[in-house]
Ligand binder design. Structure first.
Ligand code: DAH
Length: 342
């Protein structure tokens, strides 16, 4: 027994812990309920009467030794940062603040668009990203062989019947009109998917905001005034707009809207390719076929719709030159938007 005690004494004297965890393991191994020293105390009852005094003294000595060692090691960790191993000399020093995140420019641009239209009485509507052919194409008056239905554009999940990733947020228009009777005034943000090669100007995933207004006597002039208000709120009060004739299967007539280039004030620069104008959205009067597909009487009701790319609007607003920056999550890019309050 004396031998065992001496071996334990050596262990205790030589023990040095690198971490608090090691120290705790040591405590359990020596002094724990099933620890080595506890076992020796349990054995004490078997010690012969004449050795009891001597062994008892040794055991008590070693117990004190172990307790003191634990206390000393613990004190060391209290004064040192266990992980860094450095001495904490001043506990009143302020802690280094964790950096706080900032909103992604896409979210900021999207929120700003939604805010502007909610001020005009539009409510926000949502729809699924995985859609069927009806909501993305057929109800929107796409002819059966329209190129947008093609594999080159659309990501199909299943064929016949076709299940696909929506290629535009116009599908939400259809969902809203199927459920809600006019008057309808909605703004629909969402992610869209197109099978395109990724470049500075295109991506296979991007964001759109769709707008829809259906009521009696809604005119092209209402659309123009709404979009002018939007452009001035988004790009500044002196912004001019122009509508160019265009084509979309779901609107008739259709137009594309340009805003005057706010970088050169319309004089012509690199950003507007020296035209003085920047294209920002597609719009038009909802085609009567679309209204009828969604169960709305096209003799009684008319309406306008518009759709815009959020990445593109944010690019114009903050002069971002490469679309890929939005998706790389490089903090050096994202940090630049911390002070932009929207
Ligand atoms: N869906 C069109 C696109 O993805 C954008 C668009 C154009 C939406 C005209 C509309 C609209 O509602 O009227 O390019």
């Amino acid at each position: 027994m004396t031998e065992q005690i001496e071996r334990l004494r050596k262990q205790i004297v030589e023990f040095k812990s690198e971490t608090l965890r090691e120290l705790e393991d040591f405590r359990i191994r020596i002094l724990g309920r099933k620890g080595e020293l506890t076992a020796l105390f349990d054995n004490f009852k078997n010690v012969s009467a004449e050795s009891k005094k001597e062994i008892g003294k040794l055991l008590n000595e070693i117990k004190t030794l172990a307790q003191e060692k634990l206390k000393k090691e613990k004190e060391y960790f209290d004064n040192h940062d266990a992980e860094a191993g450095s001495l904490i000399s001043d506990r009143t020093l302020p802690a280094t603040a964790d950096g706080i995140g900032s909103r992604h420019p896409i979210s900021m641009a999207k929120n700003e668009i939604l805010e502007i239209f909610t001020r005009l009485g539009f409510t926000v509507a949502d729809g699924p990203e995985v859609e069927d052919d009806w909501h993305v194409f057929t109800a929107l008056n796409f002819p059966p062989n329209h190129p947008a239905r093609d594999m080159q554009d659309t990501f199909f999940v299943e064929r016949n019947p076709d299940i696909l990733l929506r290629t535009h947020t116009s599908s939400i228009q259809v969902r809203v009109m199927e459920k809600q009777k006019p008057p309808v005034r909605v703004i629909c943000p969402g992610r869209v998917f197109r099978n395109e090669a990724i470049s500075a100007r295109a991506h296979c995933i991007f964001h759109q905001v769709e707008g829809l207004y259906i009521d009696e006597n809604v005119s092209f002039a209402d659309m123009k005034q709404t979009l002018l208000y939007f452009a001035r709120e988004m790009f500044g009060e002196n912004t001019q707009i122009r509508l160019r004739p265009s084509f979309f299967p779901f609107t008739e007539p259709s137009a594309e809207m340009d805003v005057s280039c706010k970088i050169c004030g319309g004089k012509g620069c690199n950003i507007c390719k020296h035209t003085g104008w920047l294209e920002v959205l597609g719009c038009g009067m909802v085609d009567p076929n679309v209204l009828e597909s969604c169960g709305i009487d096209s003799k009684k009701y008319t309406g306008f719709a518009f759709g815009m790319g959020v990445e593109r609007l944010a690019m114009l607003k903050w002069q971002i030159k490469d679309l890929r920056l939005y998706f790389e999550n490089d903090v050096r890019f994202l940090e630049q938007f911390e002070t932009v309050v929207v």
